[in-house]
Design a protein around this ligand. Structure first.
Ligand code: C2E
Ligand code: MG
Ligand code: MG
Length: 695
């Protein structure tokens, strides 16, 4: 680590030595200069005194010396006079030697006679003085010959001073020696003191700073210690974090893998039907959108084929959803295998499949494909122990003729499929604009019917059922009637199927049931006792798990005697319910009785019917119409009568319009008759006034 103290000590020491080395000589130089200036001024003053005091002999000597030899000068009286005077003047001064030169540089005066006559013309001090300048020189002598004897170890300042004559010109030069030993000694001492002082101050400064620096050094060391330990901790943390990140990363990689798998699974599920593996609705719509664009650009026709299984619901209801699912898988496989011309097959949901056919050339081509689809159902489906016969209805819409958008094409193919179904099982139908008009009319009617229920546009009419022998009233059938402000009187044959399709039949049927019970009970309380009333029941009502509770509620609410209530069911109703026997049993437990309506038109075997808790059969009107015209119908009626008799069923004939029919039926032992011959369905009030006398 950087050692601040050591660095500071070294640098400070060097700087102090340098400062002392510079300051000492500087101070010495300054002092010497002062001493020199002082001594010099004294020398000048002394020379002035000599000049003033000895002017006459001095001038004489300087003039007389010119051109004379040394010996003459030594012997001259002027020199002797001068010596006396100079000695007198120099006594008690610090001047220790005087020499005088004439203009030619010849020494004319000295206390040492041997020097007189020496020539100093080229001496720089002499030459400068002759030029009017003053020069001095400080010298140290171990022995010095002064005017009063020899001296040892002295410091002397010698000055060359111009000697100016009375005319103002330089006539000669004084060389004055002044002893400065005391000054020099003093200088030496003060130099020593100054140096010592400087050293002391610097040392003190150094010490003070050293203390500060040492302290700073300690703080730095402490900080460094802290930083080092913090860094160590940090390194440990970084190491731990790196490890953790590595672990998390590995974990993340795993999670990412799992997520990718999940995503691709989700992606698959988003575009496929998980049951059959076929494309789903979303996938079909996207593909159809692409095909539409392409077909529009290239001017091709394309078609959407809507396929719906005809009896799937019955299979599902009677054999369970497991078998239903298996059947759908088999249907999907068969469609995929047999229908090779189509471009895409998808399952929309339930028993609805849809196909896309691109580049269609003609309707004939489509008819071939549609027939292929229908024919694919010719062979039965084998599922475990079951062998199921199924058929499909196909509706077809064409681009661009029947629609330009995905929605239009799919909706119109669906509409066409409904029409195909209406023709009968196992058919196909092309879409026509009339279908949409019919569908729109149906939708309008459906909306009106919904409102009709809320606005009280419905009513219950009653049709009498009479005893074939006595002609007395044995009961009545409750029949719904709709008088719409927009459509006028609408027949049940119109609105009941619509109500069935749309599900309105559930509230409507329940309303009829409640209204009938209320009416019959009210009659009963007011003295008109209708022996029995029949109410038609839809499969949709029976399917509802809450139906029994609804029925119980109605009986409780109205106070209706269940023994006087009969529910009419058709064979198709029984086919639609999972376990009809159990369901009907629960109804019977309430005390009500059951009739099988439109009997003879369905396919149920009589032995099967025997297992059901049914009390009455209603021979369908179509057979009654045949009495007197069709031997076949008459034979059927006869057979029904015999069977009913042997199985203990009561029989009602419906749609009896003539006395011939009535007589025929009565002869065969048919107890009850219902039909226009005895009376049409009437509103409650009219029914009462017409029939109360026959009850
Ligand atoms: P349905 O239950 O077989 O009712 C008998 C139908 O035959 C009634 O038609 C009745 O008016 C008619 N009818 C009776 N005698 C004669 C006759 O001598 N000659 C002719 N030509 N017809 C006769 P309606 O009232 O039009 O009902 C038709 C069908 O609508 C009913 O057939 C029944 O299936 C259904 N329906 C009526 N009301 C209801 C209801 O409240 N609920 C349910 N689920 N269905 C109902
Ligand atoms: Mg009926
Ligand atoms: Mg009927």
């Amino acid at each position: 680590m950087f050692n601040l103290s050591r660095y500071f000590s070294t640098v400070s020491f060097v700087l102090i030595v340098l400062a002392a080395g510079v300051l000492g000589p500087f101070y010495r130089q300054l002092s010497l200069q002062q001493i020199t200036e002082l001594a010099e001024s004294r020398n000048v003053a002394m020379a002035q005194i000599f000049e003033n005091s000895l002017r006459a002999p001095l001038e004489e000597l300087l003039v007389a010396s010119l051109g004379r030899d040394a010996e003459f000068l030594r012997q001259s009286s002027e020199v002797a006079i001068l010596r006396e005077n100079v000695v007198t003047l120099m006594r008690n001064t610090s001047v220790v030697q005087v020499k005088i030169y004439n203009r030619l540089g010849v020494m004319v005066f000295s206390f040492d006679p041997r020097q007189i006559g020496e020539e100093h013309l080229n001496h720089p001090g002499f030459r400068a003085a002759m030029a009017g300048l003053l020069t001095s020189e400080l010298e140290k002598f171990s022995t010095f010959a002064g005017f009063d004897g020899t001296r040892t170890d002295i410091d002397v300042l010698s000055s060359y001073i111009p000697a100016v004559g009375s005319g103002g010109a330089v006539e000669g030069v004084f060389e004055l020696y002044q002893e400065v030993t005391p000054f020099m000694h003093q200088l030496q001492r003060s130099l020593w003191w100054v140096t010592a002082g400087v050293f002391m101050v610097f040392a003190l400064l150094f010490l003070m700073q050293y203390v500060v620096v040492r302290r700073a050094q300690r703080i730095l060391e402490e900080q460094e210690g802290r930083i080092t330990s913090a860094r160590d901790t940090l390194e440990l943390q970084v190491e731990a974090r790196t490890e953790e990140l590595k672990r998390t990363n590995t974990q993340l990689q795993g999670e990412i893998g799992e997520r990718r798998q999940a995503e691709s699974k989700l992606n698959y599920l988003a575009y496929h039907d998980p049951l059959t593996g076929l494309a789903n609705r979303r996938c079909f719509i996207e593909r159809l959108e692409d095909s539409l664009r392409e077909s529009a650009e290239q001017g091709y026709q394309m078609a959407v084929l809507f396929i719906d299984l005809d009896q799937f619901k019955q299979v599902n209801d009677s054999l369970g959803h497991g078998v239903g699912d298996e059947l759908l898988v088999s249907v999907a496989a068969r469609l995929t295998d047999q229908v090779r011309l189509i471009d895409m097959l998808a399952r929309l949901g339930g028993d609805e499949f849809i196909c896309l056919m691109e580049r269609v050339r003609s309707e004939e081509e489509l008819a071939i494909v549609a027939n292929e689809i229908i024919d694919a159902f010719d062979l039965p489906f084998r599922l475990g122990d079951h062998e199921l016969f199924l058929s499909a209805s196909v509706g077809i819409s064409l681009f661009p003729r029947d629609g330009m958008t995905v929605v239009e094409l799919m909706r119109n193919a669906d509409t066409a499929m409904y029409c195909a179904k209406a023709i009968g099982r196992g058919h196909f139908h092309f879409y026509t604009p009339e279908m949409t008009r019919d569908a729109q009319a149906r939708i309008r009617m459906e909306n009106l019917l919904r409102r009709a229920l809320e606005h009280g546009e419905l009513a219950v009419h009653l049709q009498p059922q009479v005893d074939s022998r006595s002609g007395l009233l044995v009961g009545a059938e409750a029949l719904a009637r709709w008088t719409s402000p927009e459509l006028g009187v609408v027949q049940p044959s119109h609105f009941i199927p619509l109500a069935e399709d749309s599900g309105i039949i559930v509230p409507l049927g329940n309303w009829v049931l409640r209204e009938t019970c209320r009416q019959v009970r009210q009659w009963e309380q007011s003295g008109f006792d209708l022996p029995m009333v029949s109410v038609n029941l839809s499969v949709k009502q029976l399917e509802r798990p809450e139906f029994l509770d609804v029925l119980r509620g109605i009986l409780d609410e109205t106070g209706m005697d269940p023994a006087k209530l009969k529910l009419e069911l058709t064979e198709s109703v029984l086919m639609g319910v999972g376990d009809p026997s159990a369901m009907l049993q629960r109804l019977c437990e309430l005390g009500i009785s059951l009739a099988l309506d439109d009997f003879g038109t369905g396919y149920s075997s009589l032995s099967y019917l025997k297992t059901l808790p049914i009390q009455q059969l209603k021979i369908d009107r179509s057979f009654i119409t045949g009495i007197g015209k069709s031997r076949g119908d008459e034979a059927i009626i006869r057979t029904i009568m015999q069977l009913a008799d042997s199985l203990g069923f009561e029989v009602v004939a419906e749609g009896v319009e003539t006395t011939e029919q009535a007589t025929f039926l009565a002869t065969l032992g048919c107890q009850q008759l219902q039909g226009d011959l005895h009376g049409r369905a009437l509103p409650a009030a009219e029914f009462r006034s017409r029939w109360s006398a026959y009850a």
